[in-house]
Design a protein around this ligand. Structure first.
Ligand code: AMP
Length: 233
């Protein structure tokens, strides 16, 4: 019996608070996916106070989406010969306009997304989780005070920097981000689920992160693939 072929090019979806970014980090680390994270690229620009950062700072703080044109500009810089690499999109596409952008990138750069993964979490659970989220201002690693705590409280495992809450995790902003996800994100899932049912994977995200991770790895047949340094699950 032939083994299912593990995917090379993934998109991971999930509402804010679904745990998708922690999951993406683990998949990247364990299976060698390069992460393309539009949210992190934008936050890095804000921290650096470069011209992109100054343009998007207030939008990010309010939890609103940046324009599709800006996402295009940012990904043009980020994506080079992706057909040669194993990578994972986290935070893109975020609008139906960006679904079109992704198709353009796929044909122009000659790659194909082989799995769309939805980490499915209820709005209530997501809001509860977001209040415990922490991020390293220096390297961008993400943690959660309950589900994915750093080894030392409030300190980054990788570089020892003091962790911070995200400005966009304040409750009013969290509600805006959930609303935006429901308006823009759900139609994207419906689109891919009906257009590419064979590439669409839904994982129950209302469980502890380790279990979500194991279910994702199984669903993607990554356990059959060659893995990175800590590939066991
Ligand atoms: P994230 O870390 O993916 O939750 O993204 C943080 C913030 O960055 C979002 O609330 C948006 O303001 C912005 N952002 C990230 N990715 C996109 C995208 N693909 N399109 C528009 N805005 C984005």
């Amino acid at each position: 019996m032939s083994q299912p072929v593990p995917p090379q090019h993934l998109v991971i979806f999930g509402r804010p608070g679904s745990g998708k970014s922690s999951l993406a980090e683990r998949l990247g680390h364990d299976f060698g996916f390069e992460l393309v994270r539009t949210g992190e690229i934008l936050r890095k620009a804000v921290r650096a106070r470069d011209s992109l950062g100054l343009r998007v700072e207030s939008l990010l703080a309010r939890g609103e989406l940046v324009s599709d044109a800006l996402i295009l500009e940012l990904l043009e810089r980020e994506l080079q010969a992706p057909a040669l690499r194993k990578f994972l999109f986290d935070g893109f596409p975020r609008t139906m306009g960006q679904v079109g952008l992704l198709e353009t990138f796929e044909s122009r750069l000659e790659f194909e997304i082989d799995r769309y993964v939805d980490i499915d979490v209820s709005r209530e659970e997501a809001i509860a989780r977001m209040t415990g989220r922490r991020v390293c201002p220096s390297c961008g690693s993400t943690y959660h005070t309950i589900s994915n705590p750093p080894r030392l409280p409030e300190v980054c495992d990788l570089d020892g920097t003091r962790l911070q809450g995200r400005k966009d995790d304040a409750l009013e902003v969290v509600q805006v981000r959930q609303d935006l996800y429901e308006t823009h994100g759900i139609p994207i899932l419906e689109h891919y689920e009906s257009r590419h049912p064979e590439r669409f994977v839904r994982v129950n995200g209302n469980q502890p992160l380790d279990e979500v991770y194991r279910e994702t790895v199984r669903a993607l047949h990554l356990d059959a693939a060659s893995s990175g340094p800590t590939g066991s699950v």
